[in-house]
Design a protein around this ligand. Structure first.
Ligand SMILES: NC(=O)c1ccc[n+]([C@@H]2O[C@H](COP(=O)([O-])OP(=O)(O)OC[C@H]3O[C@@H](n4cnc5c(N)ncnc54)[C@H](OP(=O)(O)O)[C@@H]3O)[C@@H](O)[C@H]2O)c1
Length: 338
């Protein structure tokens, strides 16, 4: 029987809210859930009321597990308060990118490398949303047939960029409905680098000198760390699409050993956290609208590359706020208290 623990949730943006929902839906054995953000307020999630307090170092006194869903970077929640929480005896599970590649910080997807969580020194990192769903789908194939090459194009929902991006998408859609839409400009306050409604753009994160974005490099480096294999040749293009929630990925792989699409379907069907939806002629394939609110990773369109030996295509979809963030973090917490 799991023991009851005191939990803190830091941040009440799209991930923090989902975290509160997931904790309740999974009956997480929390004695107390304290909620923090930059400013205090009362919120309600699915009929449950929470009193959000302004964050401070003392907030972490008596907390066993601190689930960070604040903003990233120098002045972000984890950079400012994660070590404070650890000092006060909490284990931090951070959704942001600040600690993911640190040598002493395990980067965990429970279906793939859950055992690594035990090696923590106070902080555990949740991978990037687009990495999580890709490694859930690819790890069983890597184990069985060895992955040599991965080429992925992501189609990422607006909620992947937080509350303000969802607000931008909604305002732009309203502008379209009000007849104020013009193909080059929608007059709403922008939090994203480009218009979201009626548009897609191949930029998630900033561009590096090599012309890849930070999101594209996260898919490479985080996958290597989680799979314990730097030899997999991975290359990514990350694209923002006008979907509210649910990231889709077109993933091309080349394996060391031959494996047929039928065997991949069988393998993934019995792998944890995966639902195979693959009967394309009957219109059965994963879509973000169906993945929204679900904790599984959905895989379909599994097919052979007609021109490359051991080349296969997969279409991978998951809810970025749940499996891509909140659910994965809560699963890590569940591993810790097992
Ligand atoms: N969205 C996704 O799909 C996704 C997926 C994986 C990982 N992540 C990561 O999860 C984290 C949260 O993302 P989000 O999309 O939920 O962001 P968001 O919607 O922008 O919400 C951010 C929340 O963090 C709070 N916050 C910001 N700075 C803080 C600080 N210094 N101390 C305490 N609270 C602070 C904000 O407080 P106020 O409300 O008071 O301003 C707000 O409630 C980010 O690190 C993000 O990269 C997001």
């Amino acid at each position: 029987m799991a023991r009851e623990v005191n939990v803190a949730v830091i941040g009440v943006g799209v991930v923090g809210i989902e975290m509160l929902r997931v904790l309740r839906q999974r009956n997480f054995p929390a004695k107390e859930i304290r909620v923090f953000a930059r400013s205090a307020r009362d919120i309600e999630v699915d009929g449950c009321k929470y009193s959000v307090k302004a964050i401070s170092p003392e907030a972490f006194n008596g907390i066993d597990i601190a689930l960070f869903a604040g903003t990233e970077g120098e002045k972000g929640a984890a950079a400012t308060y994660a070590q404070e929480a650890v000092k006060r005896g909490a284990i931090v599970i951070d959704n942001g990118a600040d600690f993911r590649m640190h040598k002493d910080v395990p980067l965990i997807v429970p279906e793939v490398n859950g055992a690594d969580a035990r090696k923590h020194k106070g902080i555990i990192a949740n991978p990037n949303c687009s990495t999580i769903q890709m490694v859930v789908a690819l790890a069983p194939i890597h184990k069985k047939a060895g992955l040599k090459r991965v080429i992925v194009t992501t189609l990422q929902a607006s909620s992947g960029a937080g509350k303000s991006a969802v607000e931008q998408l909604n305002s732009e859609i309203s502008a379209v409905c009000d007849g104020k839409f013009c193909s080059v400009h929608v007059d709403v306050k922008k939090s994203m680098p480009q218009q979201l409604a009626y548009n897609v753009f191949p930029q998630i994160g900033g561009f590096a000198d090599d012309d890849y974005t930070s999101e594209e490099w996260k898919l490479v480096n985080e996958t290597h760390k989680i799979m314990h294999d730097d030899s997999i040749k991975i290359s990514a293009t990350t694209v923002r699409v006008p979907v509210r929630t649910g990231h889709s990925e077109s993933v091309y792989i080349e394996t060391e050993k031959p494996i047929s699409p039928e065997d991949v379907k069988k393998l993934l069907s019995k792998s944890p956290g995966i639902i195979v939806l693959d009967d394309a002629k009957k219109g059965l394939y994963p879509m973000p609208k169906d993945a929204e609110g679900r904790d599984e990773t959905f895989v379909g369109r599994i097919r052979r590359d007609p021109f490359a030996k051991n080349g296969l295509w997969l279409w991978v979809v998951a809810d970025n706020l749940r499996k891509g963030a909140a659910t994965n973090a809560v699963q890590i917490a569940e591993e810790l208290i097992k």
